[in-house]
Design a protein around this ligand. Sequence first.
Ligand SMILES: *Cc1c(COP(=O)(O)O)cnc(C)c1O
Length: 423
Amino acid sequence: MTSATPDGPARLPARGTPVDDLLAHIDAAREGDLDWKGGKAFSLVYNSGDEEHERLLHAVADRYLHENALNPFRYPSLLQMELDLVAIAGDLFHTGDDCGAVTAGGSISIFCAVQVVREHARKEMGIAEPEVVAPITAHPAFAKACDLLDIGLRTVPVEADGRVDPARMAEAITDRTAVLVASAANYPFGVIDPVPEVAALAAERGLLCHVDACLGGFFLPFWERLGHEVTPWDFRVEGVTSLSADIHKYGYAFKGASMVMYRSRDLLRNQHFWYDAWPGGMYASSTPAGTRPAPPIAGAWAALHHLGEEGFLRLTKQVEEGNDAFRAAIAACDGAVVTPEPDIAVFQLTTPGRSHDAVGDRMDARGWNLDRQQGGLHVMLSPYHVQVAERFGEDLAASVAEVPVTDDAPTESTVSTYGGIAE
Ligand SMILES: *Cc1c(COP(=O)(O)O)cnc(C)c1O
């Protein structure tokens, strides 16, 4: 096999390799990959734990392997699925049935929304060089989009509870500001920003307001129905003009499916690209992609239809049970604290007085895979995690006990200096 070897970089092999040999090679190579099925993985995979659901996703991907959503009119079945996804998301988030698009992921949805902001600012607001104002906890996709689209980004520190203070957002507004961003929920701490206040501020100043619900979009509607208090965050909040929501997270589809939604089709139109100066014919696209793989679209459609409201409630209930069990296990563990208090089953685990990096290393040695943040370890729970909560608690207690208390490790939440901008 000609993968990179000590002899040098990979080269296209002179002769082909038989299928079975290749599969054997891949299977052996995959042994070093993250094992997401055992419940010791977080954030990269959202494990529904539902084998029927898994079977469906595989079957659908197989059927659409070679279809190309570049030209949806050649694939009426795929076009209908995409229209359905937009209508379902419109209904779930309370905007129109035709006010959004399916994209390949959260970062692309955010890119689309920021591009729409730029176009809208130039055409309707008279701002040639628009800027985005976002909490420091907003996903790096905003910084990336601003960088790629060559527009400015002003970040605002968050408070000790992990949420942005709308008064600080107000202070950051300049005559170039075109949009205010809020997260529902944010990734680092799993807390929902005060969307109603941020959106009201945006409306009052004549600005756009984007809610990043990549994480919460397909979770919060069901979490709320289980009785949790959820800050209003969708288009029912006046002033919210666009929203991103990933189906490949708590929508339980495989990777490559997200929604970007707008309050109106007029806003959405800024996202569309038309080009008629090409000898290859009229070219149009609704997202930055040209050729678009069909499996993520079909997989997302199938996932939502297989689960339905009932399935989402069932899986969200399992996340809730796992969350209760994890929180109890952490509370019982001396030296580990969840901070700040999250709104969902995503949170930061801190180890006051001890290096959380070192605790993370001890957890790694026990097979866990917790991401390191500036102020702690990151935990994100899927339905499957309920089955490993007890083990997590035991391993966490053992890991914490192995790490010495040191003077230079932070003793409290480091939220307010997160990003280093709090004044
Ligand atoms: C995951 C995530 C994103 C980015 O989504 P990708 O699918 O990884 O590109 C953006 N915002 C939040 C809050 C997220 O959790």
